[in-house]
Design a protein around this ligand. Structure first.
Ligand code: ADP
Length: 257
């Protein structure tokens, strides 16, 4: 039995995917920390222990993500745009748009049914509209990012007018001081991030039919709900949404076998 491995070394989290065939997929996610190579190697070891596969069964490894260059042991490195397109089309067949919100960047990709990227836009210059934005706001609210979706459920969003993470944090602290409910603030923050993404999609032109929501922020159903409301199309997530780039890398590795 041969294994194809995809590794996406993100700024926040490293995702490792083992693919034996397209139905047999295993995924491991861990913080990237200070060493992308160590995160990847430890992740591979954990996944080998978990699955019972042996290292000698790994026949092709593709690395992607911002830390991919540090993985000299990989057979190939591929850009995260290409990998995300491939992975997203595999996870949600029929989607023609990918909305990816990661730890420190966000991007929108138009894809064809095979996951080939037709056009894309990326924000890696500003924390607003990324997972980092929500992490800063969660800290200001004294909650964990994993609690944001529940907090915002069925809440009327309060308008967050600042476009910048630092000013938004000040605004949040001010709203808390005025006694505005946390849930309404969180709903407003979700709406703010969704507005930014919808504006990016708008700049790509042409309407879409179905979007796949990927990246770690896709675990937050509050952002998903806001995106659907604003964009008026289904915005679909998958249990492997955070690992879409690593899945794409594993699919490319599998082709190399
Ligand atoms: P990167 O690839 O840039 O390292 P990811 O796509 O892995 O980033 O996303 C990391 C982000 O996902 C974090 O900044 C955090 O905001 C968000 N995140 C991670 N886990 C959760 C969770 N359980 N609920 C909500 N958001 C989460």
């Amino acid at each position: 039995m041969t294994l194809a491995v995809g590794i996406d070394v993100g700024s926040t989290a490293t995702k490792i995917v083992f693919m034996n065939n397209k139905e047999d997929i295993h995924c491991h996610i861990r913080p990237t920390g200070w060493s992308p190579r160590e995160a990847a190697q430890e992740g591979i070891r954990s996944l080998l222990d978990e699955t019972g596969y042996s290292e000698s069964q790994i026949k092709a490894t593709v690395a992607t993500g911002y830390g991919r260059i540090a993985l000299q042991f990989a057979d190939r490195t591929v850009t995260e745009i290409t990998c995300h397109g491939r992975g997203a089309a595999f996870l949600i067949p029929g989607a023609d748009l990918v909305i990816d919100i990661g730890g420190q960047d966000s991007k929108v990709l138009k894809i064809n049914p095979q996951g080939k990227v037709l056009d894309f836009l990326m924000n890696d210059k500003c924390a607003a509209g990324t997972g980092r934005f929500l992490q800063v706001m969660a800290a200001a609210l004294g909650v964990d990012v994993s609690e944001l979706a529940d907090l915002s459920a069925n809440q009327e969003p309060v308008n967050i007018s600042s476009m910048c993470t630092v000013f938004s944090e000040t605004e949040v602290i001010g709203l808390l001081a005025q006694g505005v409910a946390k849930g309404a603030i969180v709903a407003g923050l979700h709406q703010s991030i969704a507005r930014r993404m919808a504006a990016m999609v708008g700049r790509l032109g042409e309407p879409e039919n179905k979007a796949v929501f990927t990246g770690g922020v896709a675990l937050n159903q509050g952002v998903q709900r806001s995106l659907e409301q604003l964009m008026g199309i289904p915005v679909v997530t998958h249990k492997y949404s955070q690992a879409a780039g690593a899945i794409g890398a594993a699919l490319i590795a599998q082709k190399m076998l």
